[in-house]
Design a protein around this ligand. Structure first.
Ligand SMILES: [Zn+2]
Length: 345
């Protein structure tokens, strides 16, 4: 470490659990974060300030006004410009710590690209909002033999657990046996039940602390427990989760979420939105913008990452990889027909 680094990280070096050796390791380490919403922005901020050498952030979404209450890296201008979260986060994090290599990737993580996006990192952090993707991360982490940290928050409640393939219980041990009630129920989401910024902040902080231990090479410091808290009632809990000796994923290595059929091309994405990804080719957003402007689409706007337009009562946002988020419907057939009409050709 040079003098600047010794000064910058002095309070972390003074902490006996890390010290100078631990800090050296953090500076040389990397992490990959999946999802950059309430949990992801908090965890990314902490890891970048802690000095992680390299951080990859994968997120499929763009910043909206309703994110600003809890997604602490974003500002009003990001929502106005509808910047992809991965890009807005990358910009902000670079300004926070120019010594960290931050790489924002605008993508939806799927069985097809998961191993490519996640491999090469000693730890994977979950900051997603659905169990489909978390079980994919679980399978990918088992396949890659790297630890990953599960985290979720909804309402005033949050839960997190560090999963070390081969030595701790995995998410399938937790969800696919009778222990499910200990995990966060799959039903309520932030889009239906809301979420307190403090609940996300506590859980993402515990998650970042666990990641810091891994990055500093202090594996023995991992507590190995499922931690949950309710910031409204003040109830905090930490329990041991037993491994399932017959677990589909970590015992039998039946990695269905990773190897199974590719995820459906059409998925629900929030309360009032559908995501469609039916193209394998990249889109020329400028060309599409010109075509739409001369068609019946209204308010065609674009930045270098996405294009957005309205076909009342719907709003469509299209990414360069051909993915689209259609807001204003839960009907998959309606979404598919809008996609076919305005995007695929
Ligand atoms: Zn398991």
């Amino acid at each position: 470490m040079n003098r600047e680094q010794l000064e910058r990280y002095s309070r972390q070096i003074l902490f006996s659990g890390i010290g100078e050796v631990g800090q050296e390791k953090i500076l040389a380490a990397s992490a990959v974060l999946v999802g950059c919403g309430a949990l992801g922005t908090v965890a990314a901020n902490l890891l970048v300030r802690a000095g992680v050498g390299r951080l990859r952030i994968i997120d499929r979404d763009f910043v909206e006004a309703s994110n600003l209450q809890r997604q602490s890296l974003f500002e009003e201008a990001d929502a106005r410009e509808a910047l992809p979260k991965a890009i807005a986060a990358e910009r902000r994090l670079r300004a926070i710590n120019s010594g960290v290599c931050v790489e924002g990737i605008v993508a939806d993580i799927t069985p097809k690209n998961a191993l490519e996006l996640l491999s090469g990192f000693p730890v994977i952090l979950d900051a997603t909002d659905n169990f489909e993707t978390r079980l994919l991360l679980n399978d990918a982490a088992i396949s890659l033999k790297v630890p990953w940290i599960y985290a979720a928050a909804v309402g005033s409640y949050g839960v997190t657990m560090t999963i070390r393939p081969g030595s701790s219980a995995c998410l399938a041990c937790l969800l696919e046996t009778g222990q499910k009630s200990k995990a966060l129920g799959a039903e309520p989401t932030c889009d239906t039940a809301g979420v307190l910024n403090a609940a996300a902040g506590v859980i993402a902080s515990v998650e970042a602390a666990e990641a810091t231990k891994i990055l500093a090479g202090k594996m023995e410091a991992l507590h190995g427990r499922l931690v949950s808290c309710d910031v409204w009632s003040g109830r905090f809990q930490s329990v041991r989760v037993a491994r399932n000796p017959d677990c589909r994923a970590c015992a039998r290595r039946d990695l269905t979420y990773l190897e199974g059929e590719a995820q459906p091309h059409i998925t629900m994405c929030g309360r009032d939105s559908v995501q469609i990804h039916e193209r394998s080719r990249k889109l020329d957003l400028r060309d599409l913008g010109r075509r739409l402007a001369s068609a019946s689409a209204a308010d065609v706007r674009n930045n270098e990452f996405l294009l957005r337009f309205r076909v009342p009562p719907y709003e469509m946002t299209v990414f360069a990889d051909g993915r689209a988020i259609i807001k204003g419907t839960q009907d998959l057939a309606v979404a598919r027909s809008l996609y076919a009409r305005y995007i695929s050709s």
